[in-house]
Design a protein around this ligand. Structure first.
Ligand code: FAD
Length: 506
């Protein structure tokens, strides 16, 4: 075994890049292999996205970067992000007036926000940090084609300029101590790992496709007095709910909004056959959007941007022995409706390395002779134990957020409009403001603003929901029962004789 642990990361998306940084900070010899060209080169577009895509980053992603041990990473990454302190629901009243209804995330009026972040910008900043580290090598245009987790060897197709004499991409073979698969939903690492471990695997495509649009910044001349460059509030995640579909918009630093249409495949097909219908479809279902996006731009974006599917996948375990582990979308791609996919992936990395650190510490406590411990490789058996612990701890949480993300689609496109949803939100906020000592918080708040395990949140929130319904039922039934008793006492004779009559006892 080499003196330094060789960690190979497959996939240089946000999760793989962060994993490489965590490994490099621990002195590993790190190699990162990425299928696509370096996205820092002009004109390179990340897989499945237009260049501009904005995501919501929240506490879990932020905390993972905070824990990366790099002095300026978090500050660099958060520069240029835009806080979104709640949802802005758009609609039309029965009288035909357009309205906006803000639903802030924090009822207590504190600054609690998720942040709009440019995905490519985040990725670029992480790659720049990796580039500056002497123990990290980045290989772009390298596609993983095979891996043997017993022999610890892997094969890549090198698709850069250097092709083999027969004109095909050249194949390279490498060795590794640990391979971290962060190669997204269609992970090749997962596929090869499945041949070595008894992995349960389940995937589902929901019947919804998505397509990106763009709300342009205000015209320079019409900037407000404060220089406002956003056409709608910059500090909200905008939602046009449509019951079976929805349109959302997330702000960007330049004053534009990345907007996304989520629509069942059948309706997508109808509009594909007749794109001229698109503006009237929007007018009917997403009131006000055609004031923000010119009709021609709506049609051209719909025609030029891809119409992509949404996959939700669960699997377990995430590792094989001491040599392989999958993180991020490779392990638990989810539908994007809780804004947690990347956040959960980054959290995977923080948790994985905290478990490695714990096992390393145990090893060092039992071997006080080891010096320069940061670069000494873990023994294979401790790494195997750490990976098994990771799979055990992480799978229930990943399953939970997968389910929550599916449920939140219904909430975003439909429940936000319902009385029942608003009543529960009102009661939960009332409890969290007036009875803070009970630790009452909404599910959304726990998911987005804490680092509590997702499965724990589901349990706690179900429990809260039951209490709330009992309290609510008591509030309703209490006065009714009291009125019945008072009324019944005053009029008990007539009531009794009426009841006897009904029962045929008179
Ligand atoms: P990816 O970003 O998919 O990166 C995987 C990398 O691996 C890619 O660079 C790919 O080229 C590379 N690769 C693939 N195969 C190979 C191979 N064989 N060899 C080498 N390299 C390979 N998440 C949030 O947290 N907040 C949001 O607001 C949010 N919004 C979203 C909106 C939409 C419409 C969608 C679709 C997703 C959204 N997500 C959001 C989810 C988020 O985009 C993903 O969870 C995140 O990108 C996962 O990161 P990753 O690094 O695990 O995988």
């Amino acid at each position: 075994m080499s003196v330094t642990q060789k960690t190979v990361v497959v996939g240089a998306g946000p999760v793989g890049s962060l994993a490489a940084l965590f490994a490099a900070q621990r002195g590993h010899e790190v190699e990162v292999y990425e299928l696509r060209p370096d996205l820092r080169n002009p004109g390179t577009i990340p897989l499945n996205f237009t260049k501009s895509i904005n995501l919501a980053i929240s506490e879990r992603g932020i905390n993972a970067m905070r824990s990366a041990g790099h002095p300026s990473l978090l500050k660099t990454v958060m520069t240029g992000t835009i806080p979104m302190r709640g949802r802005m629901i758009h609609g039309k009243s029965p009288l035909g007036d357009l309205y906006e209804h803000a639903q802030d995330y924090d009822a207590k009026g504190r600054i609690k926000a998720i942040y709009a972040i440019d995905r490519s910008g985040l990725n670029e900043k992480l790659l720049n940090v990796l580039d500056s580290m002497p123990n990290v090598k980045l290989f772009f245009n390298h596609k993983l084609t095979g891996a043997d987790f017993r022999a610890r060897r892997a094969w890549f197709e090198a698709r850069d300029v250097d092709v083999s004499p027969n004109g095909r991409p050249r194949e390279i073979e490498i060795s590794f101590d640990l391979m971290i698969g962060a190669d997204g939903a269609h992970s090749a690492v997962r596929y090869h790992m499945m041949k070595f471990t008894r992995m349960d695997y389940q995937q589902e495509y929901i019947d919804t496709l998505w397509c990106e649009f763009r709300i342009e910044p205000q015209e320079a001349l019409s900037h407000g007095e404060n220089g406002a460059k956003f056409q709608i509030s910059q500090n909200h995640l905008h939602i046009w709910p449509g019951r079976d579909f929805m349109f959302i918009a997330i702000p960007s630093e330049d004053g534009s909004f990345t907007s996304t249409l989520f629509l069942p495949s059948k309706q997508f097909a109808e509009l594909e056959n007749n794109p001229a219908q698109l503006p009237s479809f929007f007018d009917q279902n997403f009131p006000g959007v055609t004031d923000l996006i010119p009709r021609e731009s709506l049609i051209s974006s719909f025609q030029s941007n891809p119409h992509l599917p949404l996959i939700s996948l669960k699997c377990r375990p995430y590792h094989y022995s001491s040599s392989g582990v999958i993180v991020g979308d490779a392990a638990h791609a989810m539908v994007p409706f809780y804004g947690q996919g990347m956040n959960a992936g980054m959290e995977d990395v923080r948790i994985l390395f905290s478990i490695f650190d714990k096992h390393n510490e145990m090893l060092e406590n039992s071997n006080s002779l080891v010096e320069g411990h940061k670069s000494s490789p873990m023994s294979m058996s401790s790494r195997a134990e750490a990976l098994a612990e990771y799979s055990d701890i992480r799978a229930p949480d990943a399953y939970a957020i997968n389910e929550l993300a599916l449920q939140n689609y219904v909430e975003m496109r439909s429940s936000v409009l319902s009385m029942r949803y608003r009543l529960r939100k009102f009661l939960e906020e009332f409890m969290s403001v007036n009875f803070p000592n009970f630790g009452w918080q909404t599910k959304y708040s726990r998911v987005s603003f804490s680092n509590q395990g997702y499965s724990d949140i589901v349990r706690q929130s179900d429990h809260q929901g039951r209490i709330l319904m009992r309290v609510f039922a008591a509030c309703i039934t209490g006065p009714v029962a009291t009125a019945f008793l008072i009324f019944g006492y005053r009029y008990r004779k007539p009531l009794l004789s009426t009841a006897a009559g009904i029962l045929g006892l008179n």
